[in-house]
Write a protein that binds this ligand. Sequence first.
Ligand code: NDP
Length: 267
Amino acid sequence: MSGSEAAADRGHVAVITGGTKGIGLACAQLLAGQGMQVFIGARSADDVQDTAAKLTAEGGGVVRGATVDVTSTDAVREFVSRAVHEFGPVDVLVNNAGISGGGVTADLTEQTWDSVLDTNLNGVFRMTHAALNEGGMRHLSWGRIINIASTAGKQGVVLGAPYSASKHGVVGFTKALGNELAPTGITVNAVCPGYVETPMAQTVRGNYARAWGISEDEVLRKFEAKIPLGRYTTPDEVAGLVGYLTSTTADAITAQALNVCGGLGNF
Ligand code: NDP
């Protein structure tokens, strides 16, 4: 029996950070719909409970969860141990939790810089380390680590220096770890969305509207004009690639950073 067949036999276990909103929620819905046992985490306890209950009621796999703040090593270890206690070793990790953050670089506080880097980049390292150790993935012969980076991880975003730096870091981490783990049957990839309609996207439009002195609708039109497809990507479209990467057909895809962005980035 291959590693993936053995994992599928006991039901794949997927851990998703930030699984209560936007892209993470769409990933949880899709993977649960495929019959996986999904363990979600976010900072809001109410959101975690409500989301897990709602997705489980929709059918497919069982969804449970716990609060976690990816900026805390202890919290991350406890969260992953809880997932193992509920479902067993972690076959699939989706590092999705992230925050926006930026502004005129000369005016940035070190606190903003640290908070974006600590959540978006260090959080990915912490969760990956915990999934491999507390989650037992390093002892499996098949596994998936999928990091939700961004097209901002491949090109600079104006007024988004900390965000761009964090996501470039995620892409670099993905490529290095993907190469390192390639002989083990564990693949590591980054999914790079462009503009995706989520609660974060609304916050980001609000921030640019204030910075540029225009309305949020005007910001939306400016962004849409940059996207060859002419519209934002949907969370489900991003989740679709995540779902594909969890399939055995994707066994040969590792150490890649793949865009889902309506043509915004073609590199
Ligand atoms: P949302 O802000 O809509 O959702 C973020 C999720 O992450 C929420 O569930 C939130 O829950 C959780 N979260 C935030 N901070 C933490 C933390 N410190 N610890 C644990 N959970 C946390 O974001 P999106 O769905 O838009 O984005 C998801 C990912 O996709 C992010 O990494 C983002 O950078 C990336 N992305 C998004 C794009 C977009 O246009 N929307 C484009 C490119 C990439 P809670 O607040 O309760 O913790």
